[in-house]
Design a protein around this ligand. Structure first.
Ligand code: HEC
Length: 195
């Protein structure tokens, strides 16, 4: 038996994944992140860079040097999954109500170091997050909503409007490997999925 409870009120969502482990014991994993909205219903930038404490899922590099000098997304992409959602995914292979997945962007800094030539991350350059919630986003494809807090150095924007589905959901829906999430590029997340 696997159940997921979500309680939503005053723009807050509190979710708890409850799973039964192989020995029959029930374990509850509370989510560490609760999306907060301002009076304009914009998502607030998560406090204290909390996503940097989430489960590291993978890294992508799209250097400007491979894109005629102008990659549409700044060059390094670091991806983290909220730990409660990650624990649920590891047990069930599904992203639960309340899942948050963060992506922080960075520029290529140095191209050589004592270890040799390469692409070494330099300045941070933006933050985006996607949240899955049937309660908050009943009409979004897959119940995923996408937010960008700017492709620029810190400070990131304090709040962000939900992006239109055609700008974000469409590409994720058609090309991501697992429920709108690009697990094909996140080896750590892909390895966590039960076989
Ligand atoms: C043309 C396709 C495309 C569009 C459009 C797109 N993305 Fe993505 N997105 C990707 C790919 C590919 C990845 C895999 C990781 C990477 O390349 O950074 C990704 C990963 C992500 C992730 C990490 C979690 C996940 O679902 O894999 C977030 C967050 C994200 N995108 C936000 C956005 C936002 C916000 C928008 C709209 C402004 C958007 N994306 C539009 C292709 C797209």
């Amino acid at each position: 038996m696997r159940k997921l409870f979500g309680v939503c009120g005053l723009g807050l969502i509190v979710a708890m994944a409850i799973v039964v482990n192989s020995s029959g014991n029930v374990s509850a994993q509370e989510f560490t992140y609760t999306p907060q909205f301002n009076s304009k219903n914009e998502l607030m930038l998560p406090r204290n860079h909390i996503w940097r404490e989430w489960v590291y899922s993978g890294a992508i590099v799209t250097p400007n040097s491979l894109k005629d000098g102008a990659a549409p997304f700044p060059e390094f992409h670091s991806v983290w999954g909220e730990p409660g959602a990650y624990a649920y995914y590891k047990k069930t292979g599904k992203f639960p109500e309340g899942t948050g997945i963060a992506k922080e962007l960075g520029l290529v800094g140095s191209t050589e170091a004592v270890s040799g030539n390469g692409f070494f991350m330099g300045k941070l350059q933006g933050f985006e997050i996607t949240i899955k919630s049937k309660k908050l986003y009943p009409n979004e494809p897959g119940n995923w909503a996408y937010y960008t807090f700017g492709h620029h150095a810190e400070p990131y924007n304090k709040s962000a409007k939900k992006m239109p589905a055609e700008a974000c959901n469409a590409c994720h829906e058609s090309t991501a490997a697992d429920d709108f999430v690009f697990t094909q590029y996140y080896p750590f997340l892909a390895a966590a999925k039960p076989k």
